[in-house]
Design a protein around this ligand. Structure first.
Ligand code: BG6
Length: 483
């Protein structure tokens, strides 16, 4: 099977924060891979913009280094990198002053798609939006891309939305949640809405419970300062896990169109129950042989920020009332493994008597080893009567689809191309982000008000013991965290 590359229109993509970490690790190498795939048309250019003094020649060296370090295995033939670098320009700019704006206005063309990537802290969003307009750099077709974190609570998210809305229409604002750019996350929609098989069973009548796990082996590393002010709830649950929950739980949109999909996701967030304090377990990892513990890593021996969270969530709507969703995510766990598991109910009646406690389990692996496994019950082979056994119907995308199944297109490169195409389906709408904060704020305020201290867990484990009890109380068990 051959991947299809759908061409995009010529563009000028300006990256504010063009020398920052995200640009170096993700955006620039991602653009290079799209270039190699033949998806950057002749008239496409990338303009780095940042505070530091640099000229375009020096920026090209910077980009070449970023690609050498983070470009992945796919590289172009010799000579092509030079062709990519020719598309790079650089402007020194002051987001809060006048420097560089006239130069940028001369550089950016008005007859191509104009996209502005705000790869900077949210405190600069309003300044950038204002200056882009003041210098005539936008029109009704220009787009801005904004990074997470989109606020740290509902009031700050509302303020950001308001600032951006002063200069841009919602249809021009692309709020990134890179989980939506992951191949298998989109596959969730394909599996649910592209097959007859699952949708009729996708409700509380047939589904016992659903588990969503995003386990990481990394610690907070050098991001301690940011992370300690956020914790797993703000860093992962409010956005990435919430998006997964929405895609799993939403009603079928009438078509695969940005607002139809986002309307359905919003309805799920609005139907989430308030979470009871005893339905949440927060954890903080301890030191291991090779890595400092959480508190040491963030430099605060009394930090109460969680690096792990597990919770039981209910959705009060016709489809899901009575089916709990168990969410968990954490750093420094046993394995890197992201998975959504749908556990179906037991049979109403088994003709096999005692052996009836077999259940179908559908597991969708997001990373690594993307694929889907469906556990089905069959007869154990051989004579001696009717004994039942559960076996997996296992579909690894890499095995089923060959090279394309193991497609390594990074979430960022896919999402940037969607921006150029003007497709907002995989981006969060302002009301969605606000609804997600409206749900998380009372939970976080509750912990802070009660001065709650997270439980500890061993680095390299599956998380705090209390998380096991959270499910045990409901006579359920977590799936094993395995790579
Ligand atoms: C980011 C979080 O949004 O997602 C990080 O800020 C986290 O803390 C990362 O490690 C996980 O992304 P991925 O793609 O590696 O699963």
């Amino acid at each position: 099977m051959v991947s299809r590359v759908i061409p995009v229109d010529p563009f000028d993509l300006v990256i504010f924060g063009g020398t920052g970490d995200l640009a170096r690790r993700k955006i620039l190498p991602g653009l290079f891979r799209r270039f190699c795939a033949g998806q950057m048309p002749k008239g496409a250019r990338v303009i780095g913009a940042a505070r530091g003094d640099m000229d375009s020649a020096a920026y090209r060296d910077f980009v070449a280094d970023a690609i050498a370090e983070f470009g992945g295995e796919r590289s172009c033939e010799e000579g092509t990198l030079a062709g990519f670098l020719e598309r790079m320009e650089f402007v020194t700019i002051d987001a809060r002053g006048d420097k560089g704006w006239d130069e940028l206005a001369k550089l950016v063309r008005s007859d191509v798609v104009r996209a502005y990537y705000f790869s900077v802290g949210p405190s600069l969003f309003a300044d950038l939006a204002h200056r882009l307009n003041a210098h005539g750099l936008t029109d009704a077709d220009s787009r801005i891309v904004v990074e997470k974190p989109f606020g740290r609570d509902l009031p700050s998210a509302q303020a950001l939305n308001k600032d951006l809305a002063m200069h841009f229409d919602e249809s021009q604002i692309y709020r990134i949640d890179h989980y939506l750019g992951k191949e298998t996350v989109q596959n969730l929609m394909a599996v649910r809405f592209g097959n007859m098989l699952f949708e009729p069973l996708w409700n509380s009548q047939y589904v016992d419970h659903i588990q969503i796990t995003v386990a990481e082996t990394v610690g907070v590393g050098g991001r301690g300062e940011y992370y300690d002010k956020s914790g797993a709830m703000r860093d992962m649950v409010q956005n990435h896990l919430m998006q997964l929950l929405c895609l799993i739980a939403m009603e079928p949109p009438s078509k695969f169109d940005p607002d139809a999909v986002r309307d359905e996701k919003l309805k799920v967030i609005r139907a989430l129950d308030e979470v009871q304090p005893h339905h949440i377990v927060r954890g903080q990892y301890e030191a291991s042989d090779d890595e400092p513990g959480y508190r040491e890593a963030v430099g605060d021996p009394r930090s109460r920020t969680e690096s792990y969270i597990a919770m039981k969530v209910g959705i009060s709507n016709w489809r899901w009332a009575g089916t709990p969703f168990y969410l968990r995510t954490g750093k420094m766990l046993k394995a890197r493994s992201s998975e959504i598991t749908v556990v179906f109910k037991e049979l109403n009646h088994s003709i096999f008597g005692e052996q009836s406690d077999h259940r179908n389990v559908l597991s969708i692996r997001l990373q690594p080893n993307e694929g889907i496994t469906l556990g089905v019950t069959i007869k154990e082979p051989g004579p001696g009567g009717m004994r039942l056994v559960d076996v997996p119907l296992d579909m690894s995308f890499a095995d089923a689809l060959g090279e394309d199944g193991a497609d390594q297109t990074d979430a960022y490169e896919r999402l940037i191309m969607d921006v150029i195409r003007g497709n907002q389906t995989l981006f969060m709408r302002g009301d969605e982000v606000e609804a997600a904060w409206a749900w998380t704020d009372p939970i976080i305020n509750g912990w802070e008000g009660r001065g709650e201290v997270p439980k500890t867990y061993d680095a390299g484990s599956e998380g705090p013991v209390d998380a096991v009890q959270l499910l045990a109380r409901d006579t359920r068990v977590w799936r094993k965290v395995a790579p």
